[in-house]
Design a protein around this ligand. Structure first.
Ligand code: FES
Ligand SMILES: [Fe+2]
Length: 341
């Protein structure tokens, strides 16, 4: 089995949008060859249906919400949140509504994102499958920044990039660590975890340490452990105690991958902060969110160039061998293959 043509395991929750993108105006999102229409009802609940009107197969995301029903733009047929046709404006007295039903997918909103499940509902219930836990999202001691990755490549190229810390070579100016050295690798049927010994530039222990983010002269190299995990299908990494990253995957096709990279900076070291009122801590969290945007977007841009070149090279010469010396990569590829078996 060639990893570059591996499908995804649908029995997981995938992220398809940021919460803020979904309103009462329907939008189209894509996940693994599915076009899905997402909208919010009047109570704020999110619904996700197959984005095809059963009448003439046009996209329902072109339509609008009328009294909590999704109305197709073309002839005005309406559907409820379960996908059942409830109204046709020109139905004659002697006609009945067709029994067409659009597929409705399990959807949930958590950690500021919309998650969709396309797999077996029986598996979902029996195994109690849940989105990856992101406890830092609501925690008042963590400041978040989100960057969107959109690349013309198979998802395996992106996860291999994220797991192989030797590619730090590419990011000299942007990343907070250097000199990574692989020390431990563990894997099973659900995850691969690798620990690298690295040196970090930042130490967030005093209020003024924030200035290290802007002024390189305040940084000093010190040893930190860099832990990276592929919790199929998503990714998490920690650098010491101060930095945590997640990458939430939304594979679209064999050659297109979207993902959301979340960066958290911890304020745990500021003991006095904990004594402040909650509203003030929430205010600080909101105010500081997005501070790592430039760094994160810069990293993403550099990575996308490499990942897309890997895909292009693969497409042009599928049989051409590549040479790899980081054992993490074969563990990641093994997991991807196991998950679709
Ligand atoms: S195509 Fe949707 S109502 Fe006709
Ligand atoms: Fe990178």
């Amino acid at each position: 089995m060639d990893v570059r043509t591996c499908e995804i395991n649908l029995n997981h929750w995938y992220v398809v949008a940021k919460s803020t993108e979904v309103t009462t105006k329907p939008i189209e999102v894509r996940l693994w060859y599915h076009s899905i229409v997402l909208y919010r009802d009047s109570k704020g609940k999110i619904h996700g249906l197959d984005n095809r009107c059963p009448h003439r197969q046009v996209k329902l995301s072109e339509g609008k919400i009328v009294e909590n029903s999704l109305e197709c733009a073309y002839h005005g047929w309406q559907f409820d949140s379960e996908g059942i046709c409830t109204f046709i404006p020109y139905l004659l007295d002697n006609q009945i509504l067709p029994t067409c039903k659009i597929s409705a997918y399990p959807v949930q909103e958590c950690y500021g994102f919309i998650w969709v499940y396309l797999g077996s509902e029986q598996v979902l219930e029996s195994r109690k499958i849940a989105p990856i836990l992101i406890s830092e999202w609501e925690h008042l001691n963590y400041i978040s920044t989100v960057s969107v990755i959109d690349c013309e490549a198979h998802f395996s190229f992106l996860i291999e990039n994220l797991m192989d810390m030797y590619h730090g070579h590419l990011h000299n100016d942007y990343q907070p660590w250097t000199e990574a050295k692989l020390t431990t690798l563990t894997s099973d049927e659900e995850k691969v975890t690798v620990i690298y010994k690295a040196k970090s530039y930042y130490k967030i222990n005093k209020i003024w340490s924030i200035s290290q983010l802007f002024f390189p002269q305040f940084r000093s190299l010190h040893s930190e452990s860099l832990m990276v995990s592929y919790y199929y299908p998503h990714w998490r990494s920690t650098l010491g105690e101060d930095f945590i990253l997640y990458c939430l995957f939304c594979p679209i096709s064999l050659t297109q991958t979207k993902a959301y990279l979340i960066h958290f900076t911890s304020l745990n070291a500021f003991h006095r902060l904990h004594k402040l009122p909650r509203w003030f801590r929430q205010f600080i969290k909101n105010k500081l969110s997005g501070t790592a945007q430039k760094m994160l977007d810069g990293l993403v841009k550099q990575d996308i160039i490499m990942i897309e070149q890997e895909q292009q090279a693969y497409t042009q010469q599928v049989q051409k061998p590549t040479y790899e010396i980081n054992p993490t990569i074969s563990a990641v590829q093994k997991l991807i293959k196991q998950q679709v078996k």
